[in-house]
Ligand binder design. Sequence first.
Ligand code: HPA
Length: 272
Amino acid sequence: MTDASLLPALQTIRQRALDVAPRIAVVLGSGWGELTQHIAHPTRIPYSELEGFPAATVTGHSGELWLGTLGHHQVAVMSGRKHGYETGAVDGMKTPLRVLQALGCEVLVQTNAAGSLRASMPPQSLMLLTDHINVPQRTPLLDEAGNARFVSMVDAYDPALRQQALTMAARMDIPLHQGVYAWAFGPQFETPAEIRMLQMLGADAVGMSTVPETILARHAGLRVLALSFITNMGAGLSTEALSHAHTLSQAQAGSAQASRLLAAVIGGLDLS
Ligand code: HPA
């Protein structure tokens, strides 16, 4: 049975996008917005019309749900997400993800902008997440009861979907790194000492999102695939000055190729 709190948003989506039955939900972070240009027959709904969807407060995140088709699949694409650093709460994406699951989504594809912790993965690189480190050790599952909340995070990033993404990148001749994403709470960037700590912990990239949604998705039984767009080297690893404007301008520069790969990966996913 669908939770009653999800019904208003579900109804709005069903009224506005009559024929859409998405199996794949997508969350677009900085640098990935151009994906929406690949969506065929799109219907756009501002989050302000969808109860429980987040008001966008961060520049570069537009706050719209796009419904339509990418390749072989109908998709529900969230352009803009709620970050923990905006309010302190880390469950801001719980209702949107549950609405999209109630709509039929079985897979969550996530994207983000991140800083690199590896010299061999410079700005403009793309990284497929193999795993993550929840550095703040915060959870979006505090309100959950019962044994389902003790969710396994082994293979949180679905091995079969990852393999498909790697195969598509190779076919398109687009380099795709693989690595571990560390969630830093933000909104301040890391200190150089924190970056050295994260390197020692085994992280390859650092960013301020994605991990809470992965936890929510795994708890809900959704399969997850996630990609990072590397906008900068971690603090202290290069002389470039870090800022949100720098993140956005870097993300803009490489966004066409990133979105082309993402559209091909999603459009070609074999969900069997
Ligand atoms: N640190 C944290 N989040 C980020 C970074 C970074 O260096 N770059 C883009 N998002």
